[in-house]
Design a protein around this ligand. Structure first.
Ligand SMILES: Nc1nc2c(ncn2[C@@H]2O[C@H](COP(=O)(O)OP(=O)(O)OP(=O)(O)O)[C@@H](O)[C@H]2O)c(=O)[nH]1
Length: 397
């Protein structure tokens, strides 16, 4: 996940580390690493005379056991010797570490060229320009002027500087959908969520995934077939609804989208249903008429949340579309789809910062369970290789 981005960020941290080593005239030292888990000494320890004597006085039947034990111990020793030599061969029991010999104060000129390279690479990874500029500024704020002494762990300082710079970009005010549902439930009303976005980003699919997730959490859900424009959209939503066991409120194709969603809300109120998830037709932000229509849908239905569904594969275009939809209907949050197919990761890093709204979930596949909650720490762990994410290629739709 986010392979390209991860590689560029880790490379930057390591290049800055090398700059500091050079400036601080670093030298290499050998340091003993933690011994492997098995207490090696325990295996080599000469058995005390007494214990050997004891074994000798053991009854005949035990002789076999003593010999077996000795063979077993020798085998363990051989095994361990093999491992030690392997460790030695790869130097895993001894680490080569660099330590700067004198204190270093990082100047902007020390890291300028590394950050210029990073700027180009991030743009190639589909990171929006304003996000690239902010990230570079954040790294400079973290490092320029920083004093590093010979006792400091240079690698840790540089990797943390890049991590903090990323975290700052990803830290938009989070929305807790369940909290909103519970609050509305207490007031006896459904939570209405309208999904907007351009064609083919995965709105219909994402609605089904969220309905599946909410149902698993014990909430009742009804879907509103508000995409009355695209041929087959209503049937597609109905199939998803059937697969996950929720109801769909629909009108004929071509009907007024706001009217369908309005009816779904009345249905939910009448039956005490917790959540209404409303689909809408995909539309280009440049299509003024269709943008006017989505404004009307939001005005009439007064949803608790307007969620923009963006396609991670479209990189900067997803950011542009999010900005346009945000101007038109003031979106509350983002769901980024097809992240499983997006090696670059630029949209995931950019879209929230560009419009100042949080990413709520990521779509990571074509199963109903392939919708995962998003937060800054989660993404930082993925970007800095502290956690891997296993995608599934299984398809449920
Ligand atoms: N790999 C992958 N495919 C996805 C994901 N989310 C949606 N898709 C696929 O994207 C395609 C479009 O999804 P839809 O839900 O039909 O898109 P839409 O936004 O409703 O499209 P319109 O109705 O034209 O607006 C489908 O083939 C989905 O299976 C995802 O997270 N990962």
């Amino acid at each position: 996940m986010f392979g390209k981005l991860k590689e560029k960020l880790l490379q930057t941290a390591s290049k800055i580390t090398e700059k500091i080593y050079t400036k601080g005239e670093a030298e290499e030292i050998k340091e003993e690493k933690k011994k492997p888990k098995i207490p090696i000494t325990g295996l080599f320890k000469k058995e005390s005379k007494a214990s050997v004597e004891e074994e000798k006085t053991e009854p005949e039947i035990k002789t076999e056991t003593v010999i077996e034990k000795k063979v077993e111990k020798e085998e363990e020793v051989k095994e361990e010797e093999k491992k030690i030599s392997l460790f030695d061969r790869f130097g895993l029991t001894r680490a080569i570490k660099k330590v700067i010999k004198k204190e270093v104060v990082i100047l902007e000129e020390d890291i300028e060229d590394v950050l210029e390279e990073l700027e180009i690479e991030l743009l190639e990874a589909d990171v929006a320009l304003e996000v690239v500029e902010k990230l570079i500024e954040n790294i400079k704020n973290e490092l320029v002027g920083k004093k590093i002494s010979p006792d400091d762990d240079v690698e840790e300082i540089t990797i943390n500087a890049v991590k903090n710079a990323i975290k700052n970009i990803l830290s938009q005010e989070k929305i807790d959908i369940e909290e909103i549902i519970k609050k509305n439930k207490a007031q006896g009303k459904p939570t209405v969520i309208v999904f907007v976005g351009i064609n083919g980003t995965g709105k219909t699919t994402t609605i089904a995934k969220l309905a599946y997730k909410l149902k698993q959490k014990g909430y009742s859900v009804v879907l509103a077939a508000g995409d009355t424009f695209r041929a087959g959209a209503i049937e597609q939503l109905e199939q998803h609804a059937k697969n996950i066991g929720v109801k769909v409120i629909k009108h004929k194709q071509g009907a007024d989208s706001a009217a369908v969603i309005y009816d779904a809300i009345q249905h939910a109120k009448a039956r005490g249903i917790d959540v209404v998830l409303a689909d809408t037709a995909g539309r280009q932000a440049t299509n003024t008429n269709l943008m006017e229509e989505i404004k009307k849908v939001v005005r009439v239905t007064k949803p608790d949340l307007v969620i923009f569904v963006g396609d991670a594969l479209t990189g900067n275009d997803a950011v542009y579309q999010a900005e346009e939809f945000n101007k038109a209907v003031d979106i509350d949050g983002i769901i980024l789809t097809k992240v499983d197919a997006d090696a670059k990761g630029g949209a995931a890093l950019s879209i929230g910062y560009a419009i100042g709204k949080p990413i709520l979930y990521l779509g990571v596949g074509q199963r109903y369970s392939d919708l995962i909650e998003f937060d800054a720490d989660w993404m930082v762990k993925k970007l800095f290789g502290e956690e891997e994410f296993e995608f599934s290629t299984e398809r449920e739709f």
